[in-house]
Design a binder for this molecule. Structure first.
Ligand code: CTP
Length: 389
């Protein structure tokens, strides 16, 4: 089990850290929390202790701290240290090597990956002193997860809001992953449904959520790859991934053609429309008794990618009948290195859910995998694609 040290400093956004800690525990991490004295004005240590089942540390010399020099043993135990929210004050202290409480002392003693999520008033954040301090932290290899813009607790509008919990979790998962077999490689992933316009208000689409493609993209990022995600999904942009947002199959093809030269691996997880309306009306089409649409074929993006490959190519096959036979046909016709086949009629497989049940086909092997979370499957697909000769 990996241990995440969570440092909490005195900002109003500290309430979000409670959810962060809870989510990390649900994901199977052991979590230890260290708070500054000021943070305890916003949230009590008991809140965190109840979640983590560990003491929450505040003072270096508190009654909980045993003689074994707790800050050093915590520092040794940690696989990653995240400070969220991080105030301008704690950023300045860390940038200067000051270690005057449990949080800053442990931070200085840690040699695991470190992540800082600043949150403060926008003028404090934009102040050149804070900017310089943040640059200094980056120089020392500390990962900064930039705050977002919005209405701040002080009433100002600007940059300084603590990032969303999903972003913090994404950053943690990226930096805590020690094994980086895809370092130096570029992985291009497509995800989600395309939307084919009928008129300014209507379009044709399908039920794809994009979850499978996003899971592959995140797994590739965690394994060290540079990831380009061409997406038609409404899911939030994941941390550390270059997301190219598209709407139609035509836009998806243009984006993929644009980036394919850079790719070592291409994984087409998107549910691309096979047809689009032949003409798109400029005006909203008024209703009448019946209506017919003339559709024309879109380009098969995957098939085009199979020609003159300079990358390993993986496609998907979503079927309701004759899974292996249909998937094999696509594997051959589209010149693939691997195809991930799933049967929509299987319990736990398909578009919307968080799990999938697939068979992975390569030229040498047909492997049926049991039910997995899409997140686990992201790694399983990449591991197999890396092995393809
Ligand atoms: N695909 C693509 N371009 C399209 C249609 C599909 O690149 N216009 C890709 C998908 O991303 C997927 C694979 O082709 O990786 C198979 O998609 P699927 O919809 O299962 O099959 P099709 O080839 O469209 O064939 P059919 O709809 O007849 O099953």
């Amino acid at each position: 089990m990996q241990t995440i040290l969570v440092g909490v400093t005195g900002g109003i956004a500290a309430y979000k850290t409670v959810q962060l800690v809870s989510d990390l525990i649900k994901k199977g991490y052991d979590v230890e929390v260290i708070m500054t004295k000021n943070a305890t004005e916003f949230i009590t240590p008991l809140t965190f202790s109840s979640l983590t089942k560990h003491d929450t540390y505040v003072d270096t010399f508190s009654k909980h701290v045993h003689y074994s020099v707790e800050h050093i043993s915590l520092a040794k135990k940690a696989d990653l240290f995240i400070i969220a929210p991080a105030t301008a004050n704690v950023i300045a202290k860390i940038a200067s090597g000051i270690a005057d409480d449990m949080l800053t002392t442990t931070f200085l003693a840690c040699d695991c990956p470190k992540v800082i999520c600043p949150a403060m008033n926008t003028n404090m954040y934009e102040n050149p002193i804070t900017k310089d301090n943040i640059e200094k932290l980056k120089h020392y290899g500390i990962h900064i997860v930039e705050p977002t813009s919005g209405l701040l607790a002080c009433g100002d509008v600007g940059k300084g809001k603590l990032v969303d919990i999903e972003v913090m979790i994404d950053a943690i998962e990226m930096y805590v992953h020690k094994d980086k077999p895809l370092k130096g490689k570029t992985v291009l992933v497509s995800a989600g449904a395309t939307k084919e316009a009928i008129d300014p208000v209507r379009y044709i689409t399908n039920h794809s959520s994009g979850k499978m493609g996003y899971s592959i993209a995140k797994a590739a990022r965690n394994l060290g790859a540079d990831v380009i995600l061409v997406s038609g999904s409404d899911l939030k942009d994941p941390y550390g991934i270059n997301v190219v947002t598209i709407t139609s199959a035509k836009e998806m093809k243009e984006a993929i053609d644009n980036y394919k030269k850079e790719a070592d691996y291409i994984i087409m997880a998107a549910a691309v429309a096979d047809y689009r309306p032949r003409s798109v009306s400029d005006h909203k089409i008024k209703k009448s008794d019946d209506m017919s649409l003339v559709l024309e074929r879109t380009d098969d993006i995957l098939k085009g990618l199979g020609k003159d490959k300079t990358y390993k190519l993986c496609g998907f096959a979503m079927e309701t009948d004759d899974l292996i036979e249909n998937a094999m046909k696509k594997f051959k016709e589209k010149d693939l290195d691997m195809i991930v086949a799933n049967d929509l009629n299987t319990e736990g497989a398909g578009f919307k859910g968080d799990t999938n049940v697939v068979t992975i086909i390569t030229k040498d092997n047909i492997e049926k995998l049991g039910i997995m979370t899409k997140s686990e499957l992201g790694y399983a697909i990449l591991e197999r694609l890396m092995e393809v000769k």
